[in-house]
Design a protein around this ligand. Sequence first.
Ligand SMILES: Cc1cc2nc3c(=O)[nH]c(=O)nc-3n(C[C@H](O)[C@H](O)[C@H](O)COP(=O)(O)OP(=O)(O)OC[C@H]3O[C@@H](n4cnc5c(N)ncnc54)[C@H](O)[C@@H]3O)c2cc1C
Length: 372
Amino acid sequence: MDFSLSDEQEATRVLFAGFAERELRPAAERLDREACFPAELFEKVGRLGFFGMRYDPPEGSGADLPAYLLAVEELARGSLAVAAACTMQSLMGTSFIHRFTTGEVRERVLAPALRGELIGTICMTEPDAGSDLSSMETAAVKRGGRWLLSGRKTWITSAPVADLFTVFARTGEEQLSVFLVEREAAGLTVGRAIEKMGVRASVTSEVSFEDTPATCMLGERGSGMEGLKGILVDIRLMTAALALGVARAAYEDSLAYSTERVQFGRPICKFQAVAAHLAEMRTHLAAARSLTHWSAWRVESGAGGADEAAMAKLFASEAGLNICDRAARVMASYGYASEYPIERYLRDVRFTLIGGGTSEILRGHIARGATR
Ligand SMILES: Cc1cc2nc3c(=O)[nH]c(=O)nc-3n(C[C@H](O)[C@H](O)[C@H](O)COP(=O)(O)OP(=O)(O)OC[C@H]3O[C@@H](n4cnc5c(N)ncnc54)[C@H](O)[C@@H]3O)c2cc1C
């Protein structure tokens, strides 16, 4: 196993690190306060080629998984909210469109979406169907040669500004299928935006459908869960990289603070209790990154996948929370003040414990993998 970066991977890391430092870190506090979709930054990320990284040429750049994860970590170090909106576009919001559209529809929507000019979503969660997607009630019926969708989705990232909706709906008793619905479709209503604790500039809302015509079915009838499984590993490792990015920001900020803040005549990093926090943070960060990139390496080499990605996502998100919490302790009252970013990191990082499967769900998955 070789953890050194290839020239392409390093170039990707440097590109996104520079962008995040210049454009995201200075804007992150304002974006959090205003809780508005960062349209301009989103388009700039599009111009860096981020949205098509995981898709083969000609539409995308065909970057490997480690390169994508490095880009995600750097974006998340700059702003987890922007990174969350952008990763939604680069995976879930465009993946089914990339894999399953053809002809006129593909020509009309895919390239603009990969440039960030059309905004995509994935609509799975419902008020009564969260972790248990099999209980979703949104249904699609075929009438007059068209699929019509009815139902209600919630927690849909980017929905308030979206053009494209990848919607999971029931097409039979035991059958989930996936549809593309466009913003102008009759009967589609984007509901109230959901006020959130963190990733506030990654806007979310409810979406409802009432006899709403789908543009097309994405994939075969009844293949929704199979289609989702096809990107689950990427989603989980991407979420691990999101956690790594925000945790790294928290570690770096609190480390710098601990060398400058003087109490009892010494920089606080010289106190054993503070140094212990720094040591734990550094170690957790290294462990989370190693597990994430080891998993990516297993996926790339065809040696593994689902279990490793679940372990990496579980560990990195829980480590991320732990690191952000320790950073707040090191900075004490300054870790509690809104004018410093630490309290935002702590609010933001909690998102990584939910998206891509909650920690509880992942522990169940990992344990089942061990006892199979
Ligand atoms: C910021 C944000 C953005 C999101 N964006 C999207 C999006 O774009 N599209 C979308 O479709 N969804 C989105 N979601 C929804 C997200 O996928 C769900 O919140 C997630 O699947 C969990 O569902 P739930 O919140 O309904 O919790 P529930 O499933 O109701 O879980 C509640 C609690 O029970 C536990 N639990 C449930 N089942 C089990 C079990 N079998 N074993 C052990 N514990 C269990 C959970 O771990 C949790 O602790 C988003 C959520 C957030 C917070």
